[in-house]
Design a binder for this molecule. Structure first.
Ligand code: SF4
Length: 332
């Protein structure tokens, strides 16, 4: 039975380049621990065949942290919970400095993030000013993550020269009502569709380990495959104090590795990025296993509200694994 699944995945995904569907992905997520090494090897082969050995490196900076009116239950930036994250705005010189530091690591993408439901006029003008200042001084692609957008805002971001837009589905459609109540999964989906239709690269992923079933994890992977994003950031829940998900258990390392492989088998050609939570779920060893199990992009430095690994550690590991960093010239 198990052999059938991996043999089928080899034929369909590795040889044919077609991602696995829902039923097969659910089966992948239920594979016994003993099958994980073979599963990761297959996922790695798929990544090498359809994406190549290069790794995309990205840095992120928070333009506005905390005080968000939404109630995403995993998020310490919601103003509705007692999480210890205060609302803070970054200024333009700090933003440019962060972009310079990111570029110095060899990263090709710099993502400006704001904890908001969607941008207002003030935020859009700050972003415009920030983009101009970075574009004048730093050679790097600029991405934004500013919440839900209107069509006018999508068009404005394209005109400003935003290269990529991040907006996550966060969870499977069937589980989303357990994750947030102040907006719907369909609203998220429609922002993603507008972004892609306007010609920006779409970065869209989610968080696993929020209490969803394995089937719902497979559902998220198939919904992402249907959306066809350029990149999928894969987060593991890092339960933050004060949030409704504070007491959820951290995902087991074996489940995290099965999830990485399943997402790669669902999305053979997509950039699959390790985002938040990998340190707590997988530790240093797991970072290596994930990079050899389908992951081909990393965020260097700190995440939005928690500390990540030292960029040096990640860059040394990539060097040791002989995975070259994707150059800026190849991403334009
Ligand atoms: S995930 Fe985004 S929209 Fe949701 S509470 Fe956090 S900052 Fe707000």
């Amino acid at each position: 039975m198990t052999e059938d699944l991996l043999a089928r995945a080899r034929r369909q995904v590795l040889e044919g380049g077609d991602g696995l569907g829902y039923a097969d992905l659910a089966e992948v997520l239920r594979l016994p621990d003993a099958e994980i090494p073979a599963l990761l090897e297959l996922a790695h082969d798929v990544r090498m065949r359809w994406c190549g050995p290069e790794i995309e490196v990205e840095g992120i900076v928070s333009l506005k942290t905390g005080g968000c009116p939404e109630d995403c239950h995993f998020c310490s930036q919601s103003g509705q919970f007692t999480s210890p994250v205060r609302a803070v705005w970054l200024n333009i010189p700090e933003l440019v400095e962060a972009a310079k530091q990111t570029a110095a690591t060899g990263a090709s993408e710099f993502c400006i993030v704001a904890a908001v439901r969607g941008p207002d006029v003030r935020l859009m003008s700050q972003v415009r000013e920030g983009l101009r200042a970075i574009q004048a001084e730093v050679d790097i692609n600029i991405a934004c993550s500013l919440g839900m957008l209107t069509q006018e805002q999508v068009d404005e971001l394209v005109e400003m020269g935003v290269h990529r837009y991040n907006h996550n589905l966060e969870s499977a459609k069937s589980y989303f009502p357990e994750v947030a109540t102040t907006h719907s999964w369909d609203e998220r989906w429609s922002t993603c569709e507008m972004v892609r239709a306007a010609g920006m690269e779409l970065c869209c992923g989610g968080i696993v380990g929020m209490g969803e079933t394995l089937e719902q994890r497979a559902e998220l992977a198939t919904q992402l495959a249907e959306l066809r994003p350029h990149e999928v950031p894969l987060n593991f829940l890092n339960p933050r104090p004060g949030t409704p998900f504070a007491d959820l258990p951290v995902l087991e390392a074996a489940d995290a590795l099965r999830t990485i492989a399943a997402f790669r088998l669902a999305l053979p050609r997509t950039i699959l990025r390790y985002a938040g939570g990998r340190e707590i779920t997988l530790g240093d060893l797991g970072t290596r296993e994930g990079l050899l199990g389908g992951i081909n992009a990393v965020i260097v430095g700190n995440y939005l509200t928690t500390l990540g690994r030292d960029p040096k550690d990640d860059l040394e590991l990539l060097d040791e694994l002989q995975m070259p960093i994707k150059e800026l010239s190849k991403t334009l």
